[in-house]
Write a protein that binds this ligand. Structure first.
Ligand SMILES: [Zn+2]
Length: 223
């Protein structure tokens, strides 16, 4: 059985053979994009690690000791269970030279309403978002929110964050993924803003719109 995947960061599409436990790294941008395991029900090993369609490592365990198996070479891991999976991925990335450490970026802002280029998102009751975690790898800043929304900001410039407000002056592209208010579905709706030499193009399921920005507006504003 195949699982169809699409990288949410670079839109690369590919499929992998489904396993009981497996994690997937995008073959193009080399970011982690998928993890499925029987966590909570049973062992998390063996866990296949895919780089695109190819298995590049397997996490194995034996009497509570965890190993990363790469080309039949066993590398001992320090951590156990789910943490061993992330440790294994880090070891593997370093060996394959596709490891990009996270850059230090302090986001002090906790929550607020979201606005992109002066274009407010949603109705007031749709538009209050609590930050759950942030991740910045030097190219992409990803902010995850409490209603499972994901905000992916490509090449952000001039980020300022206080307890009350988050402002990002410029970005190459912004992807806002959310689950529409009042739906039971877990399928994301996506809005994309692209900065084409200062002209902002907004792309939704309804089509493409060119935004007219009257005053200088933040690429991203949360507050
Ligand atoms: Zn990718």
């Amino acid at each position: 059985m195949l699982k169809d995947l699409e990288c949410i960061y670079c839109d690369t599409k590919f499929s992998v053979e489904i396993q009981a436990n497996y994690s997937v790294i995008c073959p193009c941008c080399k970011r982690s994009i998928y993890l499925e395991c029987e966590y909570g029900f049973g062992p998390v090993t063996p866990c296949q690690i895919y780089l695109g369609e190819e298995i590049v490592g397997i996490v194995e365990s034996n009497a509570a000791k965890y190993y990363l198996n790469m080309n039949n070479k066993k590398i001992k891991l320090k951590k156990t269970y789910l943490e061993a999976l992330s440790e294994a991925e880090e070891v593997l990335r370093k060996r394959l030279k596709i490891f990009h450490p996270n850059k230090n970026l302090q986001i002090l802002t906790r929550s607020g309403a979201l606005c992109f280029y002066g274009d407010w998102f949603g109705r007031p009751y749709d538009n209050f978002h609590k930050i759950v975690n942030t991740n910045y790898d030097g190219e992409i800043l990803e902010i995850r929110f409490d209603q499972r929304e994901r905000l992916i900001i490509y090449e952000p410039e001039n980020i300022t964050s206080t307890q009350n407000e988050l402002k990002i002056e410029k970005a190459k592209k912004i992807k806002w993924m959310y689950i529409p208010y009042g739906t039971n579905s877990s399928k994301y709706t996506t809005i994309i803003y692209t900065d084409e030499c200062g002209n902002i193009v907004k792309e939704t399921k309804y089509g493409i719109e060119h935004l007219t920005i009257k005053e200088p507006a933040w690429a991203v504003y949360l507050g």
